[in-house]
Design a protein around this ligand. Structure first.
Ligand code: PPS
Length: 570
């Protein structure tokens, strides 16, 4: 017999159609419009379909949405703090009609559900931001998403599920509310305390969960978010490996690890209430809420968006109604003398305590410095070190740009030799000529083609950088905008060092090893960079070298010194 908690609204919703209905819906889908659902809304759709958002049976209609904004309640008065709406562009909205059905598809076109549209309305983003986030400051990631990445209209209506969104990773850990309930029932668990996290589980959180388990005589449902979290968070693949390692530190059969494909809004108190209701649907009887639950960080004035413990206060207000017991927790601090973690209020004022923030942890990792063992488990450190190597183990791209004949290729070749001598990372040369032969043979030298060419180089270099190799590029790359885009693409994975080979045109022309300038002057070729095609000089390259009076070795040395200054080589 299951002892798990009653779902929110009384019954666990299951929106998946049975086989017969599925066939009807598939036939119907041939005659109705399709809507491509964004990655983020796919999370909402999955949790609607599997019942984690019970009692919701689809995307909210306008009155339901307004009721949630104004009162944190559905129209029937059930508590519900966060709008669950499907956004569409104005063009899509103009093609859709209330009363019509639409096929909801993932970005690859795979059909997941049919939605029976009841309403379409333009989004009042200002009002939504104020009601849900308490601010319209776009440094708040939820507000930023609403203002900049949410389309102009919402559509609401009942959903009938056909296929769950596809996941190929950690399949055995992706349990639905029904599966969690069944697993807990099989284990005979009576009290289940849910723990939500978007960070690796370190000793402080581990101690917090153990305390909660002791206090409530409960087993633990460790349910990390693997949908969307706060930008800059540690990627979930790394986190899940960390949770798996940390799980061994619990006494046997005391906890269950299950991944939640939730798109977090970082809405602080409202979000904490939402998380509690979702955990109730997974069968939890208790839910841990910390000091800054689902906190989005600081605002433009560097002040926290929500007060410490605001989430706990809100949940306390609704405690008689939510149907899941909230276990409030303070910040846990480490007392070196006792080798123990305790809530901060349990320490005397003069006690020495230790804490380490996520930002401090990332700084230590990046610098390759030691991470104290009071902070986390050895195996977790190992995982984090693998995922976030220090700079001298990260990949990087050296991107030379300059006129034909400026010496880019020679400097690039010297660098490639030096990197091969060092031998600690794979090296790839993406010289202008090589790329034009192997990647861009069909392209000419129009602005459009040059941009495509540089984008291709950027894509290959970013893959190399991501996989911790060294890419040495040497195209002319005459346009600022495409160089900037390439930098953005690469910097998310490792280093980007722009080297302007600033040899003046007169010198390049005098060298004219390929005879290309002579041909241009004779009118035999058109659109040569520097002659009758523009070269936009880089404004802030990491290195600028003019090879008029220095050797390629000397120029390469400047680049190597910059790489060493930045920590990419030792
Ligand atoms: S770009 O602008 O970045 O796409 O150019 P890139 O791929 O580096 O290709 C430049 C090489 O092609 C030869 N070439 C020309 N360059 C510039 N403009 C025109 N019209 C042109 N036609 C041919 C030239 O030899 C370049 O090689 P490098 O190594 O720069 O001398």
């Amino acid at each position: 017999m299951s002892h798990s908690n009653t779902p929110h609204g009384g019954e666990l919703v299951n929106l998946m159609a049975d086989e017969e209905r599925e066939n009807v819906l598939k036939d119907l889908s041939l005659h109705i419009p399709s809507i491509a659902v964004s990655e983020r809304r796919l999370c909402d759709l999955e949790l609607l379909m599997n019942g984690a958002f019970s009692p919701l049976t689809g995307f909210m209609t306008h009155p339901e949405y307004e009721s949630v904004l104004d009162r944190m309640r559905l129209q029937d008065n059930t508590l519900w703090p966060i709008p669950i709406c499907l956004d569409v562009t104005d063009v899509e909205a103009a093609q859709l009609e209330a009363g019509q059905s639409a096929a909801l598809r993932d970005p690859e076109g795979f059909m997941l559900a049919v939605m029976h549209i009841e309403e379409i309305w333009p989004v009042d983003k200002e009002t939504e931001a104020r009601c849900i986030y308490g601010t319209n400051d776009t440094t708040h990631p939820g507000v930023d998403h609403l203002f900049h990445r949410t389309s102009s209209h919402y559509i609401g209506g009942r959903v009938e599920g056909i296929n769950m969104p596809l996941h190929f990773d950690f399949k055995h850990l992706r349990l639905t509310p029904l599966e969690v309930r069944a697993a807990c029932a099989k284990l005979g668990w009576r009290n289940i305390v849910g723990f939500q996290t978007r960070n690796p589980l370190h000793r402080a959180q581990f101690e917090m969960t153990l305390r909660a388990m002791r206090e409530t005589r409960a087993n633990l449902l460790l349910q990390p978010v693997v949908g969307h979290t706060k930008p800059g968070d540690i990627d979930y693949f790394t986190r899940v490996r960390c949770y798996q390692k940390a799980a061994h530190h619990y006494p046997p059969n005391m906890m269950l690890l299950s991944l939640l494909p939730l798109a977090m809004r970082m809405a602080g108190p409202r979000e904490a209430l939402w998380h509690a209701l979702i955990r109730k649907n997974y069968g939890c009887t208790h839910f841990i809420v910390g000091r800054d639950h689902a906190g989005p960080g600081v605002n433009k004035e560097r002040k926290p968006f929500y007060e410490s413990y605001a989430a706990q206060k809100l949940l306390e207000q609704y405690k008689d109604e939510i149907g899941i017991k909230i276990i409030p927790f303070e910040e846990m601090v480490y007392i070196p003398g006792k080798e123990q973690y305790v809530p901060r209020s349990e320490t005397s004022e003069d006690a020495t305590v230790k804490t380490l923030s996520g930002t401090e942890l990332r700084t230590l990792l990046r610098a390759g410095l030691e991470i104290p063992d009071w902070f986390t488990f050895e195996e977790v450190i190992e995982e984090l070190r693998n995922a976030y190597p220090p700079k001298h183990k990260q990949g990087f791209t050296v991107f030379h740009t300059g006129l034909s004949g400026s010496g880019k290729s020679t400097v690039a070749q010297v660098l490639v030799s030096k990197f091969l001598e060092m031998g600690d990372r794979p090296v790839t040369l993406l010289d202008g000529d090589i790329v034009r032969r192997h990647l861009s043979s069909e392209l000419g030298f129009s602005k459009e083609h040059r941009d495509i060419n540089v984008r291709r180089i950027g894509f290959v270099a970013s893959e190399i950088t991501k996989n911790r190799g060294i890419a040495v590029c040497a195209p002319i790359a005459p346009y600022t905008l495409s160089r900037r885009q390439l930098r953005e693409m690469i910097e998310q994975y490792g280093g980007f060092i722009e080297v302007h080979v600033a040899t003046p045109l007169e010198v390049c022309e005098k060298r004219d090893r390929k005879g290309i300038y002579a041909k241009a002057r004779a009118g035999l070729i058109k659109g040569l960079t520097g002659i009758d095609d523009p070269y936009e000089v880089p404004e802030t390259p990491e290195v600028s070298v003019d090879t008029t009076d220095i050797t390629p070795d000397e120029a390469a040395q400047e680049v190597l010194l910059e790489l060493q200054k930045q920590g990419f080589i030792k």
